[in-house]
Every structure is written in C-alpha cells, then in structure tokens.
Write a protein that binds this ligand. Structure first.
Ligand SMILES: [Zn+2]
Ligand SMILES: [Zn+2]
Length: 388
C-alpha cells in the first residue's frame, strides 16, 4: 500500500471510529423522551461553539451525536417516540437539515484532510529518524574498527534496533498522546482482570480534556445538605441519589443551584431507581434548569464510580460534556467529583451491553477526578425532595 493509500485508510478508519464510539447516546425508556429533546439543545449550542472556534473534532462529534440521537437511537429504543409532539419533531428535523447535517459533512471532510496530514507527517518523522539512526550506526561502525568484527556478527536490523529503541518508543508515545490515534487498539470488551472501581486510578489522574470544559461552580454546602436528606437511608446502609441542576452564569460558565431528589428505592449495592423519573425531569424542565450531573451516597464504602454508576453517568455527560458525578461517603468522610474520560470512558461504556454489577478495563482510566469544578461560598444549594 502506498503512503497516500495508507493515509487515506487511516483517516477513514478514524472518522468511522469516532462515529461508532463517540456519537451514540445510550437511550433509556425510563428517562422521559422530552428530556432528550430539551437537553439535546445543549449539544447544538456546544457544537456551534466548537465550530466557530475551529475545534473540528469536538464539533463533529457533537453534531453527529445530535443527528444519531434523533435519526436512529430514539426511534429504535424509546417506547414514547411515536408520541413526540409534531412541534418537537419538526424543530429537530429543521436543525438537522439546515445546520447539523451540512456542518457534520463539512467537518468530516476537514477532519479527513487533517488526519491524512497528521499520518503523513508522523510517517515522515519516523522515516527521518530511522535515516538519522542509520547514519549514526554507519558512523559508529566506521569509527570503531576494533569492534567491527564483533558487530559484523549482528545483522544491520539488530544494530538499528539497538540504537533506535529508546528514541522511537519516545516518539511513538508522544505522537500517540498528541494525535490520540490509538483508537484502533481500544478494546470495548470488559476484561475480567481489572475492576472499574479502582480508586487509585481515579484519584491520581487529571482529566486531559480540561481545556475544553466550561467551569462548574458548586455550592459549598452541597455535601452537608445532601447528607442531611440522605440521613435516614444512610442509617440503614441504603444509597441516596439526586440530580444536580443549575444554570448558566453571565460568563457562560455553569453553576449548580439545585439537587432534585426523585422517588427511589435505594439498595445496598447501588441505587435502584423506581421508574418515577418523569416528575424529576418535569421539575427541571418547568423551572428552566439544566441537568449538570448527579450526586449519590456510598453509605458503607469509599468513593468511586461502580459499573452501574458509569452506565448511569454516561447519559448526562454525552448530552452535556461538563456533567459531573459527585459521590459522598459518610463513613469515610469523603466527597469526590468525577468525570468520564472522553477518549476512553465514553467509547468503552457506550459500547458495553452489560448491566448490573460487572467489570471494565480501567487502564487507561474510564473516569477521573473532575478538573473543571470549584466550590463557591456564595452559592446555596436548594434541595427539592420529591420522595414525600
Ligand atoms: Zn456509586
Ligand atoms: Zn459496562
């Protein structure tokens, strides 16, 4: 295969990988369909922002998420799809036809060109390096006649390997980290050897996508207030769960102002939510709030995101990429704020078909401590408890 054919294949595969692994928002029939229709407006708003600031990959992913959600996912997987109002249907169709689809197509072409360039440049760097090292090898040989006899016994490939081993590995890893082209090697299959609740991986990592996220301000009293309403459950070792809701600030960053607690049947291992989320999402929608993630307690354990937590969280983060998961452990006096990793957590969890407690490969980490949040002393957390 010629270099340009290789580069073309690489770019096609990478776009395809993005479509398959970054763009399918999981659809649950227990989440009201109106929630998807309302919240997805954020996807368009974020996609527009990336489009105007020339962040092609992010923009392409978000427009494609929007299109896939309404053209395929809801139609196939949500029982209430036939009952969506004509207004909503037409509005979405219009956004897709006039903006999302033409822009996604335009971005796809731009991305393909970008990936081809990246591939060719990378190949060039590697070739140049190999050439340089061959020169070094030749020079070393000609300057060291004493060793020639011994070195002649080695094949030239072995010699090159000896010289280039370290730098090439270094180049490869730096290229991988900047172009993120290890997409083909990611396994979506859960690995039985690692647990997804490895706390060390989460607490020691920083979300690499920090720059792209808008800051979220969190009320300083959030842990205290949530622990108060969770108290009865905590005493029985039962989990409590709520939705974080808020608004945009004048500077376009987010702030959390409410926790909305739905009717729920907390279990020991996780929160088993009764199918009564309509009321909760209705409250959020009627009060013009934005869902910014969720919060729950681990009465008897430390803080981490279990497999069930990850599968719940992905929906929020795929609709609003800043969405966070706050986990509180009253027993260990810990509170932590987590985000799923875009390049790893989202593809793995969106492809995983398992439910209940199961295991995922957590290296590189599926989730990390959020780096786009801050506690704000001036914010107060309002609790809306729909359980009573
Ligand atoms: Zn949990
Ligand atoms: Zn899974």
């Amino acid at each position: 295969m010629s270099l340009s054919e290789e580069a073309n294949k690489f770019s096609r595969d990478k776009v395809q990988w993005l479509l398959e692994n970054q763009c399918r928002i999981p659809v649950r029939s227990t989440t009201p369909i109106s929630y998807y229709y309302k919240t997805a407006d954020n996807l368009i708003e974020q996609a527009d922002h990336y489009f105007t600031t020339n962040q092609f990959e992010q923009s392409f992913i978000l427009y494609s998420r929007y299109i896939t959600l309404f053209v395929e996912e809801l139609k196939q997987h949500h029982r209430d799809y036939p009952n969506v109002s004509i207004n909503d249907r037409e509005r979405v169709k219009d956004i897709i036809r006039t903006k999302a689809l033409p822009r996604a197509e335009e971005l796809k072409d731009k991305l393909k060109e970008k990936y081809i360039r990246e591939y060719e440049e990378k190949q060039k760097t590697i070739d140049e390096y190999e050439e340089d090292n061959l020169k070094i090898t030749t020079t070393t040989l000609s300057c060291a006649p004493i060793n020639i006899q011994h070195e002649n016994k080695l094949t030239s490939q072995q010699l090159t390997d000896n010289y280039v081993q370290l730098p090439l590995t270094h180049i490869a890893s730096s290229l991988l980290s900047t172009t993120n082209d290890n997409f083909g090697q990611m396994s979506n299959k859960p690995d039985k050897t690692t647990y997804d609740y490895s706390q060390e991986t989460a607490t020691n990592s920083i979300n690499p996508n920090k720059m792209l996220y808008r800051q979220i301000s969190i009320p300083n009293d959030i842990t205290l207030k949530f622990l108060q309403v969770a108290e009865q459950n905590t005493a029985k070792n039962v989990y409590t769960y709520g939705i974080l809701a808020g608004n945009k600030k004048e500077n376009n960053e987010y702030m959390i102002t409410h926790i909305v607690i739905p009717k729920q049947n907390g279990g020991i291992n996780s929160c088993y939510i009764e199918k009564q989320e309509e009321e909760m999402f209705e409250y959020i929608s009627n009060n013009n709030l934005i869902t910014l993630g969720w919060i729950h307690t681990h009465p008897n354990e430390r803080v981490f995101l279990s497999s069930i937590d990850l599968h719940r969280h992905i929906l929020y983060q795929m609709l609003i990429q800043e969405a966070i998961a706050i986990v509180i452990s009253p027993k260990f006096n810990q509170t932590e704020i987590f985000s799923m990793t875009d390049d790893r957590g989202i593809p793995v969890i969106s492809a995983c078909q398992m439910s209940d407690i199961h295991q995922h490969v957590n290296h590189p980490p599926l989730y990390v401590i959020s780096s786009h949040t801050n506690y704000d002393l001036d914010l107060e957390c309002k609790i809306i408890d729909l359980r009573h």
